[in-house]
Ligand binder design. Sequence first.
Ligand SMILES: Nc1ncnc2c1ncn2[C@@H]1O[C@H](COP(=O)(O)OP(=O)(O)OP(=O)(O)O)[C@@H](O)[C@H]1O
Ligand SMILES: [Mg+2]
Length: 304
Amino acid sequence: MTYADKLLLEVSGLSMSFGAQRVLDGLDLRLPPGIHALLGPNGAGKTTLVNILSTLLRPTSGRARVLGLDTQSDRRRLQRRIALTGQYAAVDEGLSGAENLLMMGQLFGLSRGVSLKRGDELLGRFGLMPARAARVSTYSGGMRRKLDLAVSLIAEPELIFLDEPTTGLDTRSRQALWDEIHRLAGQGTSVFLTTQYLDEAEALAERILVLDGGRIVAEGTADVLKDRVGGTTIQLHDDSGRLVSEHPTDGTTADVARTLTGLAGRDPGLAVTVRKPSMDEVFLQLTGHVAAGHEPTEREEAAA
Ligand SMILES: Nc1ncnc2c1ncn2[C@@H]1O[C@H](COP(=O)(O)OP(=O)(O)OP(=O)(O)O)[C@@H](O)[C@H]1O
Ligand SMILES: [Mg+2]
């Protein structure tokens, strides 16, 4: 049986404290293979959880199994099957981009030829070919970030942890990375990523976990989370765009048609919008505060 028949992650009673500060508070998680996003504000414990799952940190109590292996007792075996791109770039400044990739490929047991070939493919994909032979010390922050990601992909791990992979990337690079994550998923690689960006979690992940106050406060697809928060509504606006009324619906054609038929009799001239709450609104509802780095919408300001 391969791990694909089993769970990707199995976490039970996982807690982590730094001194008196409890950062993770008895987490329980069971996740199948796939793409999962861990969403949470600054200081929520995202990096701490990723570091425990990728064997870098020993939890205060509880256990975690990754790809069926215990992060403590099977540490070495697990390390060969996963990769981690941390929140801060960890490439060798004194080497070129191509040399970093070659070194890492060989470290993972690939031949020199295969390492070079795959390294160049990855450099190409992240738009780093022009800087292939330049020392990393001359790279911009975004270029380092991309190289760091390329390095963690060279050995084609079964599971890759990405801690805030797109922080600091421009729009085009961010899109390139999203494409890369979809490509990996298509070939059966699992991804566990952390992000502050709700749209990113929604665009990439089959399952979103919201971490806040040391606990998972919500878990599910973007749609499930949205439904938890209030679901789909039909909104009616007048000519000037003012919201006249709002009506809950289950979002199906039958229910929307029934609701609209009733409304058309009363308010024939109004404009109709069917909307789901944005992930920003969902986050606000679930955690009671706005995600870090998020500009409040007019709607949220009015509600505050
Ligand atoms: N080695 C450490 N020693 C002491 N405290 C720590 C340590 N690592 C993390 N913490 C604390 O644990 C809490 C969670 O930190 P963590 O880095 O896991 O959060 P995060 O969700 O990744 O935040 P960010 O979005 O800012 O990256 C913070 O309050 C942090 O100060
Ligand atoms: Mg972090």
